[in-house]
Design a binder for this molecule. Structure first.
Ligand code: FES
Length: 350
């Protein structure tokens, strides 16, 4: 008979998975949500617990046949349960997602960094919420609802779940059960294809959510969908401080100003290798570094995933990140070169 480890049953407090260092997670279970959406339950290999807020994500290091990539996936599980995390991934979401579907089986290991990110009620406050999700954008919303139910919060929330066909609705049965635990949850499944399919445009949004202006709106889905929701929310009167969105479309990083001849330039030096290169004040350090042919691991190029995090020994930068770095890491001297522009000469720990 196997001896029971009390820590497995929550009888002992385990230490926390370090969010600012790459660590190893072990896949414990895999199951299909729909024909192309698969969920994975992962726990830290060292027995620590992952502490996260609803709406946060983790960055995963994936060795595909084409090479190493980093990808972010939102945590779908409840933040009230810290034994491990659940992610739900659409197969067609790119090479990282394909690898997960094919290779991440129970017992397999994967490197992860985080949790990170500021999407969710911990950042976007409100007394009532509109959660608007398209496709796999449902995953942070599931975490928010699961957490609210586990914590016994009487959340006033409308969930719009936009999918192509009824077969694409993730967690349909569970959402019914969540609605019993969250009496003010209104679930609006919205099917876009087939006879009677709905076009989820601004008119539709304000028709089915006439009180949109009074809610904090959280939106996750493809970029064009989020743009439509953002414009509709603004037109309905939702202020900027009550509208949050999240996307992991890394295919098109924001356009980069390269700086003309009269733009002040700063010298960026690598403390370990002695490499040095020029970077205009309007250019991100990552862009200048790539132009100089120097390597630095990076993924999203928008300050979200944390992959490029680097210690800065000296100098000042202006950094506009999207949750890929914590305040206490900034206080300790770390920066994200992909969204940092130099104000002075810089020395990095590379
Ligand atoms: S590459 Fe993602 S935060 Fe810099």
């Amino acid at each position: 008979m196997t001896e029971v480890d009390l820590a497995d049953w929550g009888a002992r407090r385990r230490r926390r998975f370090a969010p600012d260092r790459w660590g190893t997670l072990v896949c414990r279970a895999v199951w299909d949500e729909t024909a192309d959406m698969r969920s994975f339950f992962l726990t830290p290999q060292d027995g620590s617990r992952i502490e996260h807020a609803s709406g946060q994500f983790m960055t995963f290091r994936i060795d595909t046949p084409e090479g190493r990539i980093e990808r972010c996936y939102t945590i779908a599980s409840s933040a009230a349960r810290d034994g491990g995390i659940e992610i739900t991934v659409k197969r067609q979401a790119g090479p990282g997602a394909r690898w997960l579907h094919e290779m991440l089986v129970p017992g397999a290991e994967i490197e992860a960094l985080g949790p990170s990110g500021r999407f969710g009620p911990a950042t976007w406050h409100g007394s009532a919420y509109a959660l608007i999700a398209a496709g796999s954008g449902i995953t942070p919303m599931l975490s928010i609802l699961r957490t609210a139910a586990d914590r016994g919060l009487d959340l006033d929330v409308v969930l719009m779940q936009v999918v192509s066909t009824p077969q694409d609705l993730v967690a349909l049965t569970e959402l019914d059960s969540l609605a019993r635990r969250l009496p003010r949850l209104v679930h609006l499944p919205t099917i876009t294809r087939g006879p009677g399919g709905t076009r989820p445009d601004a008119d539709f949004l304000t028709r089915v959510m006439p009180d949109l202006a009074t809610r904090t709106v959280l939106c996750c889905g493809p970029q064009p969908f989020m743009e439509m929701v953002r414009v509709a929310a603004q037109a309905a009167g939702v202020p900027d401080d009550r509208y949050g969105e999240e996307s992991f479309d890394f295919s098109a990083p924001p356009p980069e100003a390269l700086g003309g001849g009269d733009t002040p330039r700063r010298t960026v030096t690598f403390a370990r290798t002695g490499h040095a290169f020029e970077c205009a004040e309007t250019t991100t350090i990552l862009t200048a570094l790539k132009q100089a042919g120097l390597p630095l691991p990076s993924s999203c190029a928008r300050g979200m995933c944390g992959t490029c995090k680097t210690f800065k020994h000296a100098g000042e930068v202006v950094m506009a990140h999207e949750g890929g770095i914590r305040q206490r890491e900034i206080d300790r001297g770390f920066i994200l070169p992909c969204v940092s522009r130099p104000l002075t000469d810089i020395i990095l720990d590379c």
